[in-house]
Ligand binder design. Sequence first.
Ligand code: AMP
Ligand code: ZN
Length: 115
Amino acid sequence: MTADPNCIFCKIVAGAIPAKKAYEDDEILAFHDINPWAPVHILIVPKRHIASMEDITDAHAGLLGRMMALSPRLMRELGVTNGFRHVINTGADGRQEVPHLHLHVMGGPRPWARG
Ligand code: AMP
Ligand code: ZN
């Protein structure tokens, strides 16, 4: 599936819902989390709809690698200098709230609101 009409992150990718973008290319979008846990809290998403890590296969290794590899560059650009945290929540027990794969990247001075 390229886009899910009911998916909030697909709507952000399509520009139908606003977001504060931090990075964009042909296959990846990064934007600021609306309810940040940390002074800097970015979500990195594939532009095409992938519901969760449960749908990931070897064929997605390049995409996931590019999402991970983008994160240190983004943190640097956003002024994070003392480390950062990655989180991916998957499915119900993983407490995933938005069913469009997203990599949380959080940083900035402690204390944080959560995490
Ligand atoms: P998760 O529990 O991993 O599915 O996290 C979903 C994240 O998406 C939460 O941190 C939310 O604050 C964030 N979120 C939900 N809606 C939006 C939105 N419209 N723009 C930016 N972030 C959002
Ligand atoms: Zn989606």
